[in-house]
Design a binder for this molecule. Structure first.
Ligand SMILES: [Zn+2]
Length: 331
């Protein structure tokens, strides 16, 4: 097998016609216009082809050889002990396939890897973290958004007594829940915090026509607590920010996530899956406690009717198709 081409001798820019010949026992012979040399294949260096610059075979004495037909040379050099990458470089369909594979890996990493890592981190995270985050968020909300409740003492006691009975009837939660009341000008709503606190807004209490209807929203929030959605959202955001920080070398994203934790909860909300899990939990417990999901449907209808499209509670507004959600609960 002989590959023809040109060569440059050491310390010379003059090109010469040359050829290389592959010999038995992994030896190679270079024949130029002036001379002839033999080397072991293992002594050669190969430069990577770069765009229109062809691959060079560099011999130990500095002689450089460039084949007339790169593919013939590469076919020879890489057959048997070939480099995968070099074969890929010459194969456009394989490049496309490799890129597609990289995209698939990235998508899988984000769709499965991040949730898996999130779940694992939340599971091993000490309870003190959930408590510290919960307290911090409540303090932030109290400073910026919420006002003390205007509900009467007896109303608060009645709802809290009922809450305690509901909690006793539930499967044991990962944290001990508690119920507190606040006033918020942003429409009827309730919020769960990572430490097990459920904040019920006065407007929600006023909107509910029966205690069972109020139970359904509280159970929805307890569903978020049961599934540790708050910490999962926080950890997931932190992981994504960390990933972005690693990729871009920008670290302020991490600090933003930590400092903006209170606002994050109110503005970002949970994923669709998390809302469905919370609904599922609430629907199951409504059946268990009251033998019916009708109060939950009624409550969602009330919320929908009361709130203008713009200020639906965030846990409802994350689902444009509220009717679908109501149907799912009814099943
Ligand atoms: Zn929710």
């Amino acid at each position: 097998m002989i590959v023809s081409g040109i060569c440059y001798l050491p310390r010379s820019s003059k090109r010469q016609n040359a050829s290389i010949q592959f010999l038995p026992s992994d030896r190679i012979r270079l024949v130029s216009e002036q001379e002839q040399h033999e080397w072991l294949l293992s002594e050669l260096t190969l430069s990577e082809p770069l765009g229109s610059v062809p691959r060079k075979v560099i011999f130990p004495d500095g002689t450089q050889f460039i084949a007339d037909d790169q593919r013939v040379l590469d076919g020879w050099l890489w057959s048997g002990k070939g480099s995968w990458l070099n074969r890929v470089e010459q194969n456009t369909p394989m490049i496309a396939a490799s890129l597609a594979a990289i995209v698939v890996v990235c998508v899988l990493l984000f769709s499965h890897g991040v949730p898996w890592l999130t779940g694992a981190l939340v599971r091993v995270m000490p309870e003190q973290v959930s408590h510290a985050v919960g307290e911090h968020v409540l303090a932030t909300l109290d400073d910026h958004l919420l006002e003390p409740t205007a509900l009467s003492r007896s109303q608060q006691v009645a709802i809290n007594t009922r809450f305690e009975q509901v909690v006793i009837a539930l499967p044991s939660l990962s944290v001990q829940p508690r119920l507190i009341f606040r006033r918020w000008g942003n429409g009827p709503n309730a919020i769960a915090l990572s430490d097990g606190t459920v904040i019920v807004f006065d407007s929600l209490v006023e909107l509910a026509e029966t205690p069972e209807q109020l139970d359904s929203v509280i159970l929805h929030e307890l569903g978020h607590i049961q599934h540790q959605h708050v910490m999962k959202s926080l950890v997931r955001s932190t992981l994504l920010s960390a990933a972005v920080a690693v990729m871009t070398g920008e670290s302020t994203g991490l600090i933003d996530v930590f400092s903006g934790v209170g606002v994050f909860l109110v503005t970002q909300g949970y994923s669709r899956d998390a809302e469905e899990e919370a609904d599922q939990f609430a629907a199951e417990q409504m059946l268990h406690l009251h033998g019916s999901v009708a109060p939950m449907q009624q409550m969602y209808e009330l919320l929908k009717a009361t709130a203008g499209e713009g200020d639906l509670p965030q846990w409802l507004s994350t689902h444009p198709k509220l009717e679908e959600r109501i149907k799912v609960i009814a099943q």
